[in-house]
Design a protein. Structure first.
Length: 442
């Protein structure tokens, strides 16, 4: 009796995310593309055909949990191994134990969290044991395994990409936590659905973060005389330091704020641009979403007036991916201020719009024979590529060869401005057109 009480008390003292850790595939939240009925990973697990694999995905999507479920399902010995605290000595000790287990017919699943933190020598230490089947290696990483895992080891593992949980999946998980006896099922918790959605949005795809935030909200909620707990918006704002939880990443305010950012950069107002950037990020917006919008802006509104703008935007995106919030705020600020201060041109945006209109209206327009490839004898006999002029053979690196269909001859899509570096491209294009006009084939 006493032992049972101790076990209960010990479990009750665990964090909510640990208490609610899924025990079966049916309890597992998200990853329907891998674990839905008939999907590849579910078939592998249910068929007990598990081999070495790597789970690649953001934090809090269930990489460790999934490995534990697999171990229970296949009745294998499960060893949890951290790349942060373990070296080659520890690896060898674990491998020796796994080899003994294999001789007695027992499978060993070695789960290596943050496998990308192991150096080459440490990763190589796993290889012989993976090859002879002493262990089934399941690695978890938040980094691209193509760059962070040795090729020899990677080639022996199937990579599965786990995705950040959707807001609706997190809301469902939070509601489950409120009713499950392992969570708050034995308590009366009053919390509005819009606050659950706010917590889910704040968690940004991370189930562990969502459950931790809910737990803190309940612990800090208003206790009623009957023992019930009421969680208010003020409670949530207090524990998350977020004052804009009404911000909905799929709603009108989301589009209002990204529009404000975009138009402030277009209007060359760095102060306004940084303010709207901060409004979005502090409300819980995904920094990668902002980085993607800034990358679009770099070509749509700056373009060849400053070709470096696109490089800065792409670099900011990668910086956000590498280090995440809150550190990446400074990288996005750099990109946003650069875009605001850069000379502006929408010539590329306009050029594609014009070309798109013609392309849609004349989809059947044939490619001129002169610029078609002729890889077969029949194509050559049909005059594919006949008369083609190789520009590199010409002294001026220019020819007067016609590349547009006859019906579009003379059409101009790209009209450069005189802004920034685009003035140089404008002069070059004028020079090219002048030369071609003077050297038109009669």
């Amino acid at each position: 009796m006493s032992e049972q009480m101790n076990m209960f008390e010990s479990e009750a003292s665990l964090p909510l995310a640990a208490r609610l850790r899924p025990r079966t595939l049916d309890e597992f939240a998200g990853q329907k593309h891998l674990l839905g009925e008939g999907k590849v990973l579910r078939r592998i697990i249910e068929g007990d055909k598990v081999g070495s694999m790597i789970f690649w995905g953001p934090p809090g999507v269930g990489k460790t949990t999934l490995a534990r479920i697999i171990a229970n399902r296949t009745r294998a010995k499960f060893i949890d191994f951290s790349a942060v605290t373990s070296g080659i000595k520890e690896i060898k000790q674990v491998m020796e134990q796994a080899e003994k287990n294999r001789r007695f017919g027992e499978k060993t699943i070695l789960f290596v969290d943050e496998i990308h933190r192991f150096n080459k020598a440490q990763q190589d230490a796993f290889l012989p044991f993976v090859e002879k089947g002493s262990i089934i290696l399941i690695g978890a990483t938040t980094e691209n395994p193509s760059f962070e895992v040795n090729g020899a080891l990677l080639s022996r593992c199937k990579v599965f990409v786990l995705q950040a949980l959707k807001t609706e999946e997190l809301v469902s998980l939070l509601k489950h936590a409120l009713h499950d006896p392992r969570g708050f099922g034995g308590q009366k918790i009053e919390i509005a659905d819009d606050l659950l959605e706010a917590i889910a949005a704040f968690a940004n795809g991370d189930a562990r973060s969502a459950l931790s935030t809910l737990e803190m909200a309940v612990l800090n909620g208003d206790m009623g005389a009957d023992g019930s707990v009421a969680v208010t918006r003020e409670t949530i704002e207090g524990i998350t330091s977020k004052k804009s939880l009404l911000y909905d990443k799929t709603g009108e305010e989301h589009y209002n704020l990204i529009s404000a950012l975009h138009k402030s950069m277009r209007n060359s107002d760095p102060d306004a641009a940084v303010y709207w950037l901060a409004r979005m990020l502090e409300a819980g917006e995904d920094p990668l979403y902002v980085a993607r919008r800034v990358t679009r802006f770099a070509s749509e509104d700056v373009g060849l007036a400053d070709p470096r703008a696109l490089e800065i935007a792409v670099a900011a995106y990668h910086a956000c991916h590498f280090i995440g919030m809150p550190e990446c705020t400074v990288h996005l600020t750099q990109a946003v201020v650069y875009m605001a201060m850069a000379p502006k041109s929408n010539a590329l945006y306009v050029a594609y719009g014009r070309a798109k209109k013609d392309a849609l209206e004349q989809l059947a327009e044939p490619v001129p024979l002169v610029i078609r490839n002729a890889p077969t004898k029949l194509m050559k006999e049909l005059d594919y590529g006949k008369g083609y002029q190789y520009a590199h053979d010409a002294a001026e690196k220019l020819t007067s060869m016609q590349c547009l269909p006859d019906s579009l001859l003379g059409r101009a899509y790209y009209t450069p401005t005189e802004e920034g570096l685009e003035a140089k491209y404008a002069a070059r294009l004028a020079e090219i057109k002048r030369w071609k006009k003077e050297n038109e084939e009669k």
